[in-house]
Design a protein around this ligand. Structure first.
Ligand code: MV4
Length: 484
């Protein structure tokens, strides 16, 4: 939907690909053309490189935008597009590979003068090597999958006694998830913030950054709410993190839109984490504070155009917040809640953007992730943006499926969130403290409803002595049983 919108404004025709589970999806209805590529199982449709390339060839497409899921960071897919004469709207395969290998990315960052967490320069081959490295780096340490990312195959180790077991667990998880058991280790940063920098690089050697996004509010590496700027980042820190991100992008031969992730500790020290070689879900907050359309920039860069502006022409104005509206039940451990949307009323008004993929009557398929819509607001300052988000969430009504809306509403009203007291532990603590809509609240609602019904019943039996008589029209309209 996001890509189709940018293309349409540029007069570029679009072809959507879809699986059997997505026949009714909005992107299929919205694109100029649509091609069925296979059954619901991703391996046979959205991950089937040959089928997607064949659909592109058959429709005469000139370029492929990989979106932000499935094959978006797959170098083999980028190469297959190029081999078929299609422009891949993303970075060169070599840059994707360099950043996909987390140990190589760490090395590249270090060589580019980007701070990294103290750790190893190569995967740890044996338990003895890991033990020696951990002692040198200092406990606690984090074991990570070399070909991983996003938290899979990651283990926190507090002391030497836990190391061997954690290594075994991390290797086996990495092997199952990435087909590669290589792991490395770093010193563990306690309760950091997760702050990422948006970069744009053209094919002519220009790289700029578009400031940061604060993404600390997440659960099991799924973000729920993002904002730009970060209330923690000063202009000076923004400049230093931005320059570091640009240095890494330039060193990696990066072209197109990309994101450099950092951990930031309470003292304001920042450490390179990984680079995402795609457009990200949370890109709209950057668009709203910089006024730049990131998808149009991707299309222009892929077409070989120059950025045409320098770092000093990027201006940051106001504050933007994004909430992810997922079909999940936060009171049941965020269990996916796919199903049919029976009713939908979406927010509007000034500076409110609803990037949605659903409509009333649509059935959210159970095959894919639960993201339904992203609600993004802009305001001149953070307090006004929070008030606007709360207002917009209040206008958002979804009937038929459970959503994260009530939880998001509680977060934007939480004193810690309002004060900007954030870290990657924020949401776990918030949920532990019992702010989330509990199953018990349904019982409370039932009790309130019963009390109201009893109150109404009592009022009916004994009308107030001075109550005005209802008009004849009202009396005629009332069901007969009420006159009992
Ligand atoms: C860390 C860390 C603390 N210290 N590395 C999680 C996802 C993966 N990309 C890296 N992650 C982390 N790496 C060191 N040396 C804490 C995390 C982490 C985290 C990072 C970003 C956002 C949310 C997170 C939640 C838990 C742990």
């Amino acid at each position: 939907m996001r890509v189709i919108r940018a293309c349409r404004e540029l007069g570029i025709a679009t072809v959507a690909v879809y699986s059997e589970a997505d026949r009714e999806s909005l992107h299929v209805l919205m694109a100029d053309e649509a091609r069925l590529i296979g059954p619901p199982a991703p391996a046979e449709s959205y991950l089937a490189i040959d089928r997607i390339v064949a659909a592109a060839r058959a429709t005469g497409a000139e370029a492929v935008h990989p979106g932000y899921g499935f094959l978006a960071e797959n170098a083999v897919f980028a190469e297959a597009c190029a081999a078929a004469g299609l422009t891949f709207i993303g970075p060169p395969p070599a840059a994707m590979r360099a950043m996909g290998d987390k140990v190589a990315a760490r090395r590249a960052a270090k060589e580019a003068g980007v701070p990294v967490v103290p750790g190893v320069e190569a995967p740890v081959a044996t338990d003895a090597e890991a033990s020696e490295a951990a002692a040198r780096v200092g406990y606690p340490v984090m074991i990570k999958a070399a070909m991983g990312g996003g938290g899979k195959g990651m283990r926190l180790v507090r002391g030497a006694a836990e190391l061997a077991g954690a290594l075994r667990a991390a290797r086996s998880e990495a092997g199952a998830a990435f087909g590669d058991t290589s792991v490395y280790l770093e010193r563990y940063v306690e309760a950091p913030r997760h702050i990422e920098v948006q970069v744009l690089a053209d094919g002519h050697g220009s790289v700029v950054h578009l400031g940061e996004r604060e993404c600390s509010i997440q659960r099991r590496h799924q973000k729920l709410l993002e904002e730009s700027p970060s209330s923690f980042v000063t202009p000076e820190l923004r400049r230093r993190m931005g320059e570091a991100a640009c240095r890494l992008a330039a060193a990696a031969g990066y072209v197109n839109a990309g994101t450099v992730e950092f951990l930031v500790d309470a003292e304001g020290s920042f450490y390179f984490l990984e680079m995402n070689t795609r457009l990200q879900v949370e890109h709209p907050v950057t668009e709203l504070v910089t006024g730049r359309d990131l998808v149009k920039e991707q299309l222009r860069i892929a077409a070989g155009e120059k950025l045409g502006y320098g770092q000093d022409e990027i201006v940051h104005r106001g504050w933007a917040i994004e909430c992810r509206i997922n079909a999940e039940d936060p009171s049941a451990g965020f269990m996916p809640a796919p199903g049919r949307i029976l009713g939908l009323r979406t927010p509007g008004g000034p500076w409110v953007r609803d990037d949605s993929g659903v409509y009333a009557g649509y059935t959210i398929p159970r095959h894919y992730d639960t993201l339904m819509a992203k609600l993004i607001v802009w305001a001149p300052d953070r307090d006004a943006a929070i008030a606007r988000m709360s207002r917009a969430l209040g206008e958002y009504h979804v009937a038929g499926v459970r959503t994260t809306i009530p939880l998001l509403q509680q977060i934007v009203r939480d004193p810690d969130f309002i004060a900007g007291r954030l870290s990657t532990h924020y949401l776990d603590r918030f949920l532990r403290e019992g702010h989330a809509p509990a199953a018990g609240s349904r019982r409370t609602l039932a009790l309130i409803a019963a009390a109201l019904a009893a109150h109404e019943e009592a009022g009916r039996r004994a009308p107030a002595p001075d109550a005005p008589a209802a008009s004849p029209w009202k009396q005629a309209g009332r069901p007969a049983w009420r006159g009992r």
